[in-house]
Write a protein that binds this ligand. Sequence first.
Ligand code: DHB
Ligand code: FE
Length: 265
Amino acid sequence: KASSRMRKVMASLIRHVHDFARENEVTVEEWMAGVEMINEAGRMSTDKRNEGQLLSDIIGLESLVDEITYKLATDATDAPTSTAILGPFWRANAPARKMGESIVHNIPDGDHTFMHGTVMDYLTGEPIEAAELDVWHTAPNGLYEQQDENQVDFNLRGRFTTGKDGRYNFYCLRPTSYPIPYDGPAGKLLQLLDRHPMRPAHIHFIVSAPKYKPIITQIFDRRDKHITDDAVFAVKESLMVDFLRRESDPKADFELPYDFRLATF
Ligand code: DHB
Ligand code: FE
């Protein structure tokens, strides 16, 4: 079954690529440049650098397949939390942390933020027990921990598990906007298209719970100046959040309330 689906999809891809070549009267030289772009992406990819995914993301493909795959999520406030692309920087097996812990280690600058909320059933509003929140974001220098030898392993990452009340809370940073890596083929393509490499400030999540459909998503700082022109097209209205001033907490200047709404299988 999977292989017949694959045959159909690949045959269709080939037809579309042929049509593309005919429509543009692609020359041998141009075709060779395309082959070289793919080879260069392959050569520079490692477990810390996924150039193929970057290329796919700047042409909006991951965002499009996210939309196609998770049709159920809409921007209505009573719908399940909307999904967003995974991106190339998720790592499996982030450390399990206790509620209230900080995911920030050895970062002198940055706006510390207390994030909190409830994981709930989107239809009943009931809190979900044993829901896992897997969170990750960049340092103020715009780098994820695996891109930056000055950060400790798994910095700015963690997994939190809810109790009976479905609530979660932890300390993180108010993230900053930053460029996707643009020193490879993806950067060249952006330049060719007259586009910038910036992503609006965001925090990534995978939220999962027994009997519920997991969601992969990101939340975005509404006030970020790149909120309307994300280089990888991941922003949705319902995923924009407001960071609030937090008074009388020596550990954080900002507070971010946010609930996650899941749907059962
Ligand atoms: C991409 C996604 C991210 O979340 C990120 O931080 C950088 C790049 C991407 O989709 O390519
Ligand atoms: Fe990211």
